[in-house]
Design a protein around this ligand. Sequence first.
Ligand code: HMG
Length: 391
Amino acid sequence: MSSDSAIGIHDLSFSTTEFVLPHTALAGHNGVEIGKYHLGIGQRSMSVAAADEDIVTLGATAAEPLIARHGTDRIRTVVFATESSIDQAKSAGVYVHSLLGLPSATRVVELKQACYGATAALQFAIGLVHRDPEQQVLVIASDISKYELDSPGEATQGAAAVAMLVGADPALVRVEGLSGLFTADVMDFWRPNYRESALVDGQESITAYLQAVEGTWKDYTEQGGRPLEEFSAFCYHQPFTKMAHKAHRHLLNTSGYDTDEGDIQRAIGQTTAYNAVVGNSYTASVYLGLAALVDQADDLTGRSIGFLSYGSGCVAEFFAGQVVPGYRDHLRTTEHREAIDRRRTLDYAAYRELHERSFPADGGDHPTPAQSTGPFRLAALRGHKRIYERR
Ligand code: HMG
Protein backbone atom coordinates (compact mmCIF):
# COMPACT_ATOMS: atom_id res chain seq x y z
CA MET A 1 0.00 0.00 0.00
CA SER A 2 1.20 3.54 -0.65
CA SER A 3 1.36 6.08 2.14
CA ASP A 4 -1.76 7.72 0.65
CA SER A 5 -3.87 4.60 1.16
CA ALA A 6 -7.19 5.22 2.84
CA ILE A 7 -6.90 4.10 6.45
CA GLY A 8 -8.75 5.61 9.34
CA ILE A 9 -11.76 5.46 11.62
CA HIS A 10 -14.28 2.96 10.33
CA ASP A 11 -16.68 3.18 13.26
CA LEU A 12 -16.84 5.08 16.55
CA SER A 13 -18.96 4.66 19.66
CA PHE A 14 -18.76 6.16 23.12
CA SER A 15 -20.08 5.43 26.58
CA THR A 16 -20.23 7.43 29.75
CA THR A 17 -21.15 6.87 33.36
CA GLU A 18 -24.29 6.07 35.31
CA PHE A 19 -24.29 9.38 37.17
CA VAL A 20 -23.94 13.07 36.46
CA LEU A 21 -23.25 16.06 38.70
CA PRO A 22 -24.48 19.41 37.37
CA HIS A 23 -22.07 22.28 37.94
CA THR A 24 -24.89 24.14 39.66
CA ALA A 25 -24.63 21.56 42.49
CA LEU A 26 -20.87 22.05 42.77
CA ALA A 27 -21.31 25.82 42.74
CA GLY A 28 -24.00 25.51 45.42
CA HIS A 29 -21.47 23.70 47.63
CA ASN A 30 -18.42 25.90 47.12
CA GLY A 31 -20.10 29.26 46.60
CA VAL A 32 -18.52 29.81 43.17
CA GLU A 33 -20.49 32.09 40.85
CA ILE A 34 -21.99 29.68 38.24
CA GLY A 35 -20.81 31.92 35.40
CA LYS A 36 -17.25 30.79 36.14
CA TYR A 37 -18.22 27.21 35.27
CA HIS A 38 -20.73 27.81 32.51
CA LEU A 39 -18.84 30.60 30.73
CA GLY A 40 -15.35 30.77 32.27
CA ILE A 41 -14.47 27.11 31.69
CA GLY A 42 -17.44 26.19 29.48
CA GLN A 43 -18.74 23.22 31.48
CA ARG A 44 -22.35 22.37 32.41
CA SER A 45 -22.03 19.00 34.15
CA MET A 46 -19.62 16.15 34.80
CA SER A 47 -20.03 12.40 34.43
CA VAL A 48 -19.44 10.53 37.69
CA ALA A 49 -18.70 6.81 37.84
CA ALA A 50 -20.86 4.54 40.00
CA ALA A 51 -19.13 2.36 42.58
CA ASP A 52 -19.33 -0.58 40.15
CA GLU A 53 -18.05 1.27 37.09
CA ASP A 54 -14.45 1.74 36.02
CA ILE A 55 -12.38 2.17 32.86
CA VAL A 56 -12.99 -1.48 31.95
CA THR A 57 -16.79 -1.36 32.17
CA LEU A 58 -16.84 1.97 30.31
CA GLY A 59 -14.46 0.64 27.64
CA ALA A 60 -16.41 -2.59 27.14
CA THR A 61 -19.68 -0.64 26.93
CA ALA A 62 -18.22 1.67 24.28
CA ALA A 63 -16.77 -1.21 22.23
CA GLU A 64 -19.72 -3.62 22.38
CA PRO A 65 -21.76 -1.89 19.63
CA LEU A 66 -18.75 -2.06 17.28
CA ILE A 67 -18.45 -5.79 17.81
CA ALA A 68 -22.22 -6.20 17.34
CA ARG A 69 -22.06 -4.39 13.99
CA HIS A 70 -18.79 -5.72 12.56
CA GLY A 71 -18.08 -9.00 14.35
CA THR A 72 -14.62 -10.01 15.51
CA ASP A 73 -13.22 -11.79 12.44
CA ARG A 74 -10.86 -9.02 11.35
CA ILE A 75 -9.81 -7.72 14.78
CA ARG A 76 -6.38 -9.03 15.74
CA THR A 77 -5.26 -6.17 17.96
CA VAL A 78 -6.83 -4.24 20.83
CA VAL A 79 -5.04 -1.11 22.04
CA PHE A 80 -6.39 0.30 25.30
CA ALA A 81 -5.36 3.89 26.02
CA THR A 82 -5.82 5.25 29.52
CA GLU A 83 -4.20 7.31 32.22
CA SER A 84 -6.49 6.07 34.99
CA SER A 85 -5.09 2.58 34.86
CA ILE A 86 -6.35 -0.02 37.34
CA ASP A 87 -3.26 -2.24 37.34
CA GLN A 88 0.47 -1.63 36.96
CA ALA A 89 0.99 -4.83 34.98
CA LYS A 90 -2.15 -6.23 33.38
CA SER A 91 -3.74 -4.28 30.53
CA ALA A 92 -7.32 -3.17 31.12
CA GLY A 93 -7.82 -4.30 27.52
CA VAL A 94 -7.46 -7.94 28.54
CA TYR A 95 -10.56 -7.67 30.73
CA VAL A 96 -12.43 -6.02 27.85
CA HIS A 97 -11.22 -8.74 25.48
CA SER A 98 -12.73 -11.30 27.84
CA LEU A 99 -16.00 -9.42 28.45
CA LEU A 100 -16.57 -9.03 24.71
CA GLY A 101 -15.61 -12.61 23.86
CA LEU A 102 -12.85 -11.66 21.42
CA PRO A 103 -10.83 -14.53 19.90
CA SER A 104 -7.70 -15.73 21.72
CA ALA A 105 -5.67 -14.98 18.56
CA THR A 106 -5.56 -11.28 19.49
CA ARG A 107 -2.78 -9.03 20.79
CA VAL A 108 -3.87 -6.69 23.59
CA VAL A 109 -1.88 -3.86 25.11
CA GLU A 110 -2.35 -0.73 27.24
CA LEU A 111 -0.78 2.61 26.30
CA LYS A 112 -0.12 5.66 28.45
CA GLN A 113 0.94 9.26 27.92
CA ALA A 114 -1.69 11.27 29.77
CA CYS A 115 -4.50 12.41 27.48
CA TYR A 116 -2.41 11.84 24.35
CA GLY A 117 -2.52 8.01 24.65
CA ALA A 118 -5.49 7.44 22.33
CA THR A 119 -3.83 9.31 19.49
CA ALA A 120 -0.71 7.18 19.88
CA ALA A 121 -3.04 4.16 19.80
CA LEU A 122 -4.73 5.42 16.64
CA GLN A 123 -1.39 5.99 14.90
CA PHE A 124 -0.06 2.57 15.93
CA ALA A 125 -3.31 1.03 14.69
CA ILE A 126 -2.89 2.75 11.32
CA GLY A 127 0.64 1.34 11.08
CA LEU A 128 -0.66 -2.19 11.71
CA VAL A 129 -3.41 -1.81 9.10
CA HIS A 130 -0.82 -0.57 6.63
CA ARG A 131 1.11 -3.79 7.09
CA ASP A 132 -2.02 -5.90 6.63
CA PRO A 133 -5.07 -4.04 5.25
CA GLU A 134 -7.31 -7.04 5.96
CA GLN A 135 -6.89 -6.46 9.69
CA GLN A 136 -8.84 -4.05 11.86
CA VAL A 137 -7.63 -2.68 15.16
CA LEU A 138 -9.94 -1.94 18.09
CA VAL A 139 -8.75 1.23 19.81
CA ILE A 140 -10.34 1.98 23.18
CA ALA A 141 -9.74 5.22 25.08
CA SER A 142 -11.23 5.11 28.56
CA ASP A 143 -10.68 7.42 31.51
CA ILE A 144 -12.15 8.69 34.74
CA SER A 145 -10.62 12.02 35.70
CA LYS A 146 -10.34 12.73 39.36
CA TYR A 147 -8.99 15.78 41.18
CA GLU A 148 -8.93 16.59 44.88
CA LEU A 149 -12.22 17.72 46.39
CA ASP A 150 -12.43 21.50 46.68
CA SER A 151 -9.46 22.02 44.34
CA PRO A 152 -9.61 24.21 41.19
CA GLY A 153 -9.38 21.08 39.01
CA GLU A 154 -12.50 19.52 40.59
CA ALA A 155 -14.84 21.36 38.22
CA THR A 156 -13.08 19.78 35.23
CA GLN A 157 -13.61 16.15 36.25
CA GLY A 158 -15.48 13.77 33.98
CA ALA A 159 -15.45 10.26 32.52
CA ALA A 160 -16.09 8.51 29.23
CA ALA A 161 -14.78 5.86 26.89
CA VAL A 162 -14.52 6.00 23.11
CA ALA A 163 -14.08 2.86 21.00
CA MET A 164 -12.86 3.17 17.42
CA LEU A 165 -12.50 0.50 14.81
CA VAL A 166 -9.49 1.38 12.68
CA GLY A 167 -9.19 -0.14 9.24
CA ALA A 168 -8.65 0.26 5.49
CA ASP A 169 -11.34 2.02 3.43
CA PRO A 170 -12.87 3.54 6.56
CA ALA A 171 -16.54 4.52 6.59
CA LEU A 172 -16.13 7.68 8.72
CA VAL A 173 -12.78 9.48 8.60
CA ARG A 174 -9.66 8.88 6.55
CA VAL A 175 -6.57 9.85 8.55
CA GLU A 176 -3.75 11.53 6.62
CA GLY A 177 -0.19 10.29 7.07
CA LEU A 178 1.39 13.62 7.91
CA SER A 179 1.52 14.63 11.58
CA GLY A 180 2.98 17.57 13.48
CA LEU A 181 4.68 16.38 16.67
CA PHE A 182 5.78 18.04 19.90
CA THR A 183 7.28 16.78 23.17
CA ALA A 184 8.59 18.79 26.14
CA ASP A 185 9.44 17.69 29.68
CA VAL A 186 7.08 19.81 31.82
CA MET A 187 5.39 19.19 35.19
CA ASP A 188 1.98 20.66 34.43
CA PHE A 189 -0.12 17.68 35.48
CA TRP A 190 0.88 14.28 36.80
CA ARG A 191 -0.30 11.45 39.06
CA PRO A 192 2.31 9.53 41.08
CA ASN A 193 1.55 5.81 41.47
CA TYR A 194 0.53 6.22 45.11
CA ARG A 195 -2.20 8.77 44.32
CA GLU A 196 -5.76 8.35 43.02
CA SER A 197 -6.19 11.99 42.09
CA ALA A 198 -3.98 14.04 39.79
CA LEU A 199 -1.68 16.86 40.84
CA VAL A 200 -1.81 19.91 38.63
CA ASP A 201 -0.34 23.34 38.17
CA GLY A 202 -3.43 24.82 36.50
CA GLN A 203 -2.02 27.94 34.86
CA GLU A 204 1.21 26.15 33.90
CA SER A 205 -0.88 23.42 32.25
CA ILE A 206 -2.72 25.95 30.10
CA THR A 207 0.58 27.55 29.04
CA ALA A 208 2.09 24.13 28.29
CA TYR A 209 -0.95 23.17 26.20
CA LEU A 210 -0.76 26.40 24.18
CA GLN A 211 2.99 25.96 23.58
CA ALA A 212 2.27 22.43 22.38
CA VAL A 213 -0.38 23.72 19.96
CA GLU A 214 2.20 26.10 18.54
CA GLY A 215 4.88 23.40 18.41
CA THR A 216 2.77 20.77 16.63
CA TRP A 217 1.41 23.28 14.14
CA LYS A 218 4.94 24.55 13.36
CA ASP A 219 6.13 20.99 12.74
CA TYR A 220 3.01 20.22 10.68
CA THR A 221 3.42 23.24 8.41
CA GLU A 222 7.20 22.78 8.06
CA GLN A 223 6.49 19.35 6.67
CA GLY A 224 4.09 20.73 4.07
CA GLY A 225 0.79 20.20 5.86
CA ARG A 226 -2.49 21.74 4.75
CA PRO A 227 -2.96 25.49 5.25
CA LEU A 228 -5.29 26.47 8.07
CA GLU A 229 -8.07 27.68 5.79
CA GLU A 230 -8.51 24.21 4.30
CA PHE A 231 -9.91 22.90 7.59
CA SER A 232 -13.66 22.99 8.21
CA ALA A 233 -13.38 22.18 11.91
CA PHE A 234 -10.81 21.44 14.62
CA CYS A 235 -11.17 18.74 17.27
CA TYR A 236 -9.01 19.75 20.22
CA HIS A 237 -8.33 17.87 23.43
CA GLN A 238 -10.91 19.43 25.78
CA PRO A 239 -10.03 19.29 29.49
CA PHE A 240 -12.80 21.90 29.62
CA THR A 241 -14.42 23.26 26.49
CA LYS A 242 -13.10 26.79 26.93
CA MET A 243 -9.61 25.30 26.46
CA ALA A 244 -10.47 24.43 22.84
CA HIS A 245 -11.44 28.05 22.40
CA LYS A 246 -8.15 29.27 23.91
CA ALA A 247 -6.19 26.78 21.79
CA HIS A 248 -7.82 27.78 18.53
CA ARG A 249 -7.43 31.47 19.26
CA HIS A 250 -3.74 30.82 19.94
CA LEU A 251 -3.37 28.87 16.70
CA LEU A 252 -4.95 31.71 14.72
CA ASN A 253 -2.83 34.34 16.50
CA THR A 254 0.47 32.56 16.03
CA SER A 255 -0.38 31.89 12.39
CA GLY A 256 -0.94 35.60 11.76
CA TYR A 257 -4.75 35.48 11.43
CA ASP A 258 -7.23 37.82 13.06
CA THR A 259 -9.01 36.19 15.96
CA ASP A 260 -12.62 36.68 15.06
CA GLU A 261 -15.03 35.15 17.61
CA GLY A 262 -17.34 33.92 14.85
CA ASP A 263 -14.48 32.09 13.13
CA ILE A 264 -13.47 30.39 16.38
CA GLN A 265 -17.04 29.26 17.04
CA ARG A 266 -17.42 27.94 13.49
CA ALA A 267 -14.18 25.97 13.84
CA ILE A 268 -14.79 24.41 17.26
CA GLY A 269 -18.41 25.07 18.30
CA GLN A 270 -19.90 21.76 17.23
CA THR A 271 -17.03 19.74 18.74
CA THR A 272 -17.79 20.85 22.30
CA ALA A 273 -21.37 19.63 22.84
CA TYR A 274 -20.55 16.27 24.47
CA ASN A 275 -17.45 17.42 26.37
CA ALA A 276 -19.40 20.30 27.95
CA VAL A 277 -21.74 17.85 29.71
CA VAL A 278 -19.36 14.90 30.23
CA GLY A 279 -16.26 16.74 31.52
CA ASN A 280 -12.65 15.80 30.97
CA SER A 281 -12.49 12.25 29.67
CA TYR A 282 -8.70 12.53 29.19
CA THR A 283 -7.73 10.10 26.36
CA ALA A 284 -11.28 9.99 25.01
CA SER A 285 -11.75 13.76 24.90
CA VAL A 286 -10.53 14.55 21.33
CA TYR A 287 -12.62 11.71 19.91
CA LEU A 288 -15.68 12.72 21.91
CA GLY A 289 -15.15 16.04 20.11
CA LEU A 290 -15.18 14.21 16.77
CA ALA A 291 -18.35 12.33 17.76
CA ALA A 292 -20.10 15.59 18.67
CA LEU A 293 -19.01 17.17 15.39
CA VAL A 294 -20.15 14.40 13.05
CA ASP A 295 -23.35 13.83 15.06
CA GLN A 296 -24.37 17.49 14.76
CA ALA A 297 -22.94 18.98 11.57
CA ASP A 298 -25.18 19.14 8.50
CA ASP A 299 -22.86 17.49 6.00
CA LEU A 300 -19.11 17.18 6.28
CA THR A 301 -18.54 14.96 3.26
CA GLY A 302 -15.06 15.49 1.83
CA ARG A 303 -14.23 18.12 4.43
CA SER A 304 -10.89 18.28 6.27
CA ILE A 305 -10.87 18.17 10.05
CA GLY A 306 -7.85 19.09 12.17
CA PHE A 307 -7.11 17.04 15.29
CA LEU A 308 -5.01 18.38 18.13
CA SER A 309 -4.23 15.82 20.78
CA TYR A 310 -2.47 17.01 23.95
CA GLY A 311 -1.27 14.96 26.90
CA SER A 312 0.29 16.66 29.90
CA GLY A 313 3.88 16.05 30.66
CA CYS A 314 3.79 16.69 27.65
CA VAL A 315 3.29 15.17 24.18
CA ALA A 316 1.08 16.58 21.42
CA GLU A 317 0.22 15.74 17.84
CA PHE A 318 -1.64 17.55 15.09
CA PHE A 319 -3.03 15.59 12.15
CA ALA A 320 -5.72 15.91 9.50
CA GLY A 321 -8.63 13.69 8.58
CA GLN A 322 -11.07 13.70 5.67
CA VAL A 323 -14.71 12.87 6.17
CA VAL A 324 -15.71 10.00 3.90
CA PRO A 325 -18.77 10.14 1.54
CA GLY A 326 -21.69 8.21 3.02
CA TYR A 327 -20.40 8.63 6.60
CA ARG A 328 -23.82 9.66 7.88
CA ASP A 329 -25.19 6.17 7.32
CA HIS A 330 -22.75 4.87 9.94
CA LEU A 331 -23.25 7.36 12.77
CA ARG A 332 -24.55 6.45 16.22
CA THR A 333 -26.08 9.81 17.07
CA THR A 334 -29.17 8.44 18.84
CA GLU A 335 -27.14 6.06 21.00
CA HIS A 336 -24.66 8.81 21.89
CA ARG A 337 -27.42 11.17 22.99
CA GLU A 338 -29.01 8.37 25.00
CA ALA A 339 -25.71 7.63 26.76
CA ILE A 340 -25.68 11.23 27.95
CA ASP A 341 -29.40 11.62 28.66
CA ARG A 342 -29.76 8.36 30.61
CA ARG A 343 -27.37 9.48 33.37
CA ARG A 344 -28.95 9.89 36.78
CA THR A 345 -28.39 13.21 38.54
CA LEU A 346 -26.51 13.15 41.84
CA ASP A 347 -26.79 15.67 44.61
CA TYR A 348 -23.56 17.05 46.01
CA ALA A 349 -23.50 14.75 49.08
CA ALA A 350 -23.90 11.58 46.98
CA TYR A 351 -21.16 12.76 44.59
CA ARG A 352 -18.82 13.41 47.51
CA GLU A 353 -19.43 9.95 48.92
CA LEU A 354 -18.55 8.36 45.57
CA HIS A 355 -15.47 10.56 45.25
CA GLU A 356 -14.17 9.47 48.63
CA ARG A 357 -14.80 5.77 48.00
CA SER A 358 -11.87 3.42 47.44
CA PHE A 359 -11.22 -0.30 47.87
CA PRO A 360 -9.35 -1.45 50.99
CA ALA A 361 -5.98 -2.88 49.90
CA ASP A 362 -6.24 -5.89 52.26
CA GLY A 363 -6.95 -8.62 49.69
CA GLY A 364 -10.35 -9.34 51.26
CA ASP A 365 -13.69 -9.91 49.57
CA HIS A 366 -15.17 -6.50 48.74
CA PRO A 367 -18.41 -6.62 46.73
CA THR A 368 -19.45 -3.36 45.11
CA PRO A 369 -22.95 -1.92 45.52
CA ALA A 370 -25.02 -2.57 42.39
CA GLN A 371 -25.46 1.04 41.30
CA SER A 372 -24.88 0.96 37.57
CA THR A 373 -27.40 -0.22 34.98
CA GLY A 374 -25.12 -0.66 31.95
CA PRO A 375 -24.21 -3.98 30.31
CA PHE A 376 -21.04 -4.55 32.39
CA ARG A 377 -20.21 -4.03 36.03
CA LEU A 378 -17.33 -4.40 38.45
CA ALA A 379 -18.90 -6.85 40.90
CA ALA A 380 -16.14 -7.06 43.50
CA LEU A 381 -12.51 -6.90 44.42
CA ARG A 382 -11.66 -10.36 45.75
CA GLY A 383 -8.20 -11.55 46.74
CA HIS A 384 -6.77 -8.45 44.99
CA LYS A 385 -8.55 -9.51 41.76
CA ARG A 386 -11.14 -7.45 39.95
CA ILE A 387 -14.29 -9.46 39.25
CA TYR A 388 -16.42 -8.25 36.34
CA GLU A 389 -19.94 -9.29 35.35
CA ARG A 390 -21.88 -9.04 32.15
CA ARG A 391 -25.59 -8.41 32.66
P1 HMG B 1 -9.21 28.48 38.39
O1 HMG B 1 -7.79 28.93 38.49
O2 HMG B 1 -9.98 28.30 39.64
O3 HMG B 1 -10.04 29.42 37.45
O4 HMG B 1 -9.29 27.12 37.60
P2 HMG B 1 -9.71 30.88 36.88
O5 HMG B 1 -9.68 31.83 38.01
O6 HMG B 1 -8.52 30.82 35.94
O7 HMG B 1 -11.05 31.11 36.05
C1 HMG B 1 -11.32 30.34 34.93
C2 HMG B 1 -11.99 31.23 33.89
O8 HMG B 1 -13.27 31.60 34.37
C3 HMG B 1 -11.23 32.53 33.63
O9 HMG B 1 -11.36 32.80 32.25
C4 HMG B 1 -12.03 33.54 34.43
O10 HMG B 1 -11.92 34.87 33.94
C5 HMG B 1 -13.43 33.00 34.25
P3 HMG B 1 -10.04 32.99 31.34
O11 HMG B 1 -9.29 34.13 31.91
O12 HMG B 1 -9.26 31.72 31.45
O13 HMG B 1 -10.61 33.22 29.98
N1 HMG B 1 -14.39 33.44 35.26
C6 HMG B 1 -15.66 33.78 34.99
N2 HMG B 1 -16.34 33.87 33.82
C7 HMG B 1 -17.64 34.26 33.87
N3 HMG B 1 -18.29 34.53 35.02
C8 HMG B 1 -17.64 34.47 36.20
C9 HMG B 1 -16.27 34.09 36.22
N4 HMG B 1 -15.36 33.90 37.20
C10 HMG B 1 -14.21 33.51 36.60
N5 HMG B 1 -18.31 34.75 37.33
C11 HMG B 1 -8.14 25.80 35.94
C12 HMG B 1 -9.08 26.96 36.21
C13 HMG B 1 -8.21 25.44 34.47
C14 HMG B 1 -6.71 26.21 36.30
C15 HMG B 1 -8.57 24.60 36.82
O14 HMG B 1 -9.87 24.18 36.46
C16 HMG B 1 -7.64 23.42 36.74
O15 HMG B 1 -6.62 23.35 37.41
N6 HMG B 1 -7.99 22.41 35.87
C17 HMG B 1 -7.22 21.21 35.68
C18 HMG B 1 -6.06 21.41 34.72
C19 HMG B 1 -6.51 21.60 33.30
O16 HMG B 1 -7.59 21.23 32.90
N7 HMG B 1 -5.59 22.16 32.46
C20 HMG B 1 -5.87 22.35 31.06
C21 HMG B 1 -4.64 22.22 30.19
S1 HMG B 1 -3.71 20.72 30.54
C22 HMG B 1 -4.60 19.46 29.75
O17 HMG B 1 -5.46 19.70 28.98
C23 HMG B 1 -4.22 18.06 30.10
C24 HMG B 1 -5.16 17.33 31.04
O18 HMG B 1 -6.33 16.96 30.36
C25 HMG B 1 -4.48 16.11 31.63
C26 HMG B 1 -3.82 15.11 30.71
O19 HMG B 1 -3.24 15.41 29.67
O20 HMG B 1 -3.80 13.97 31.13
C27 HMG B 1 -5.58 18.20 32.21
